[in-house]
Write a protein that binds this ligand. Structure first.
Ligand code: PAF
Length: 510
């Protein structure tokens, strides 16, 4: 494809007619550095869409005239960087193009009041309104499928996500983690203005934040005053340093698993921002749903793609059912169930191709637990209070430090009620029966009549949904996905998009 530079808004339409493809859009203000390179190359590697980079220094988002006048302009180099990192086209409009003097094409927007009343919004009056106005103008001209933004400007990212949502723009926002320089400071176009001494100060500031993040992992708490004291001792002029909820930007609560520590400092004429995410444990995805909803296949693929641990809680109930049958334990009457359970150990061992084996007291039971015999008693066994209590505790132990995707029937409601993403996967009875019949793992189902299979599924649903403890139920904050008519890959991609939308990339790569 011929690489093009577009300078007039009217040319956009022409160009779009010729490309015949969806667009990945990467808006910038120029002076491109490695952070921008990462944005452009991520867009290029994500899909086969056409990549359009815009370079436009937006006067509306500068609350300070000298900052606007001093903003670095390096257009020739920016063109080279954009094309060599995957841009197919570069849009370099003039101010008159974006804000025509008759103003009839543009609406001045207000950023979300909630999100812009924190952090940078407190001092940079009108800044986020200017960002929303220009991005909205660019989006309406370009109409991209995907918009790529850096997490470095986390507040801007939240505000633009909110803009896209409230304006129902049907554009996916893809974020790229903060890129840091060799000395830990985040890459920013304004770094160019820093003197050696100022760079030292920002390095101290960024490294304090990175240190706080490391300490938080162990101590699960943060001492803001102490950080402020250390920064002040270095004569660093702090504009703000806040510990907030990462999505609402309200004060962080004690039980927030993920929070953000964000600060802005002044170094001479230059104002710099940085942040880190603080995490008590790594993120958890909870996937609940009835039998045959596709949970296992989907959860396994998600674990593989996102490099998360896969926790199949159903297999734990099945393994225990196998054990109780084998040991001839009358689980309904047994008085010493607790003692028996205390001597049970269930472990998962990964095999190649993201396959997992289940062991109960060292017996590998992966195949055997899929028999109809086990299927017919597992619901009853899993409704026994003592057993549920034991296995929920075991599951929580496995998920203590997070970083996993768990599937089951009570993950979002009971096992991990604080999971970052909760999915309730379901499908019609007809669809689920068809899937069970073609499921290679459940040998008995294959031979069973479809109507009989439907009856069994209904019975299992009834038992699961009506048991006294932890019934199968969609958690209030779970997202329901009905999988009829969707391929496995479509469902997996949908959940991964939801995860990416919710969890900062900075956290995902830890
Ligand atoms: O982050 C930036 O570079 C700018 O705020 C943006 C998104 C290009 C809008 O001018």
């Amino acid at each position: 494809m011929k690489k093009v530079i577009i300078r007039k808004t009217e040319e956009i339409e022409n160009w779009k007619r010729n490309i015949n493809s969806d667009i990945n859009f990467i808006p910038t203000m120029g002076n491109l550095h490695n952070g921008h390179k990462k944005l452009i190359s991520t867009a290029k590697n994500d899909n086969s869409n056409v990549n359009l980079v815009s370079i436009f220094i937006n006067p509306l988002q500068f609350d300070n005239k000298s900052d606007l006048n001093n903003y670095p302009k390096t257009i020739d180099n920016d063109i080279k960087i954009s094309f060599s990192n995957g841009a197919d086209a570069i849009f370099i409009p003039s101010i008159e193009d974006i804000y025509p003097s008759n103003h009839k094409n543009i609406t001045l927007l207000k950023a979300s009041a909630e999100l812009s009343s924190a952090l940078c919004g407190l001092n940079r009056i009108g800044h986020f309104d200017g960002v929303c106005t220009v991005v909205n103008r660019l989006l309406s001209l370009i109409k991209p499928k995907n918009l790529y933004l850096g997490e470095k400007d986390w507040q801007q990212l939240l505000i633009l996500k909110n803009l896209v949502l409230t304006k129902k723009l049907n554009i996916a926002i893809k974020s790229v983690p903060t890129q840091r320089d060799f000395d830990g400071i985040p890459l920013s176009s304004r770094n160019i203005h820093l003197s050696k001494k100022e760079r030292e100060l920002i390095r101290f500031f960024s490294n304090e934040l990175l240190e706080a993040k490391k300490n938080f992992q162990q101590e699960k708490k943060i001492n803001l005053r102490e950080i402020i004291r250390k920064l002040s001792a270095e004569k660093i002029s702090i504009e703000y340093l806040e510990h907030l909820h990462p999505y609402t930007l309200k004060k962080s609560e004690v039980d927030d698993n993920i929070s953000i520590l964000a600060g802005a400092i002044r170094c001479g004429e230059t104002r710099l921002i940085d942040h880190v995410f603080l995490m008590k444990r790594s993120p958890i995805i909870a996937i609940d749903g009835p039998a045959g909803s596709g949970k296992s296949t989907v959860t396994k693929l998600i674990a593989k793609k996102l490099k998360l641990l896969y926790l199949d809680t159903g297999a734990m109930y099945r393994a225990l059912s196998w054990f109780l049958i084998k040991e001839n334990i009358d689980y309904k009457k047994e008085k010493n169930l607790r003692t028996i359970l205390n001597n049970v150990s269930i472990v998962f061992k990964s095999k190649a191709n993201s396959h997992q084996d289940v062991f109960i007291n060292s017996h590998c039971v992966t195949e055997e637990i899929r028999s109809q015999e086990i299927s017919s008693i597992v619901s009853t066994i899993s409704s026994i209070k003592e057993i549920r209590k034991f296995l929920v505790a075991e599951q929580r132990k496995i998920g203590e430090s997070g970083g996993l995707v768990a599937e089951g029937r009570d993950i979002g409601t009971t096992v991990f009620p604080d999971a970052e993403l909760k999915i309730f996967l379901t499908a019609s009875i007809d669809e689920r029966a068809k899937r069970r019949k073609s499921d290679k793992k459940s040998k008995d189902s294959k031979e069973m009549d479809l109507n009989k299979l439907k009856e069994l599924i209904k019975k299992r649903d009834f038992e699961d949904s009506n048991r006294e403890i932890s019934p199968l139920k969609k958690a209030n904050d779970a997202i329901e996905i009905i999988t009829d008519g969707y391929s496995i890959d479509e469902v997996v991609d949908n959940i991964i998009d939801l995860y990416n939308d919710k969890i900062p990339k900075d956290i995902q790569i830890q």
